[in-house]
Design a protein around this ligand. Structure first.
Ligand code: ARG
Length: 263
């Protein structure tokens, strides 16, 4: 069912670069032709592109691309390992089933390696930490679990925020597929609040001045790691590359690029 929403959105072809490095005589400008070259290996990444600054759609003069922190990390790692990268967009709730069905080589979606998920996927080391917040209309002043008791609270279907909300007493939960839909429901007054991680909440607040967010004290980590099908041999390679990005300061530069906005 999610498959019909599956769209191949980005094909980052490294083949042109490869052809130049290898210097194989006539340089073809046809990326498809050169990608049939035996040396062009491809990795398929799945994500849920409703999660800026980790991943979101960017439309530039008619062309639709998925961009973000996760995408930049995935590009850097794939490039260093000598792969082409293809990115597919799927609802968050469909990511792990698709991964288990081997429809992708890895998932990067600001995904937290929760114990339940470890049964169905292998995870890389963490590459970013985050916390949960309560996002609501400006002035609502909802700060703690107690404040949202008996309120209508939205969460993303299949997310750890949904899990966290279910553990809270007396919260009236609505689970939706897309973060953007949660925001719209709050603005329309059909939801009192939503639980969303801090970095993502910050971005939505910046473009929706009628909303505010408060970090929930003492919640579990909502940090991110890369998910692979169980037993994938890519995990070790990805961890090595992640470590290199950490050591070289490249990861810090990407954190600055995507998370340290001036609003
Ligand atoms: N970190 C949370 C989780 O793993 C939420 C991630 C949502 N990601 C997304 N691309 N919508 O459950």
């Amino acid at each position: 069912m999610n498959n019909k929403h599956l769209k191949t959105l980005t094909l980052i072809s490294m083949t042109a670069a490869l052809a130049m490095t290898v210097g194989c005589g006539s340089t073809s400008s046809d990326a498809t032709a050169s990608s049939s070259n035996a040396s062009a290996k491809k990795l398929v990444m799945m994500t849920s592109a409703d999660y800026p600054p980790y991943e979101s759609h960017k439309t530039d003069g008619g062309s639709d691309q998925i961009v973000g922190f996760d995408v930049d990390i995935a590009k850097a790692i794939s490039k260093n390992l000598g792969y082409e990268l293809q990115i597919k967009d799927v609802d968050f709730n469909g990511l792990l089933p698709a991964l288990q069905a081997k429809q992708s080589d890895f998932v990067m979606a600001g995904m937290t390696p929760k114990p339940e998920r470890l049964q169905n996927a292998d995870f890389s080391d963490m590459y970013y930490e985050a916390k949960n917040t309560i996002i609501a209309k400006k002035g609502a002043n909802l700060k703690t679990e107690a404040d949202i008791k008996a309120k209508k609270v939205g969460v993303q279907l299949g997310s750890i925020q949904e899990g966290a909300a279910k553990k809270m007493e007396g919260v009236n939960i609505t689970s939706l597929n897309k973060i953007g839909d949660l925001i719209q429901e709050i603005k329309a007054g059909r939801l009192d609040a939503a639980i969303i991680e801090d970095t993502v909440a910050k971005g939505y607040i910046a473009s929706n001045k009628d909303l505010e967010f408060n970090t929930i004290p003492q919640t579990e980590s909502a940090g991110s790691a890369i998910a692979f099908p169980k037993g994938s041999t890519l995990v070790g390679d990805f961890n090595k590359e992640l470590q290199k990005l950490k050591d070289s300061g490249e990861l810090d530069s990407l954190i600055k690029k995507w998370f340290e906005t001036t609003n």
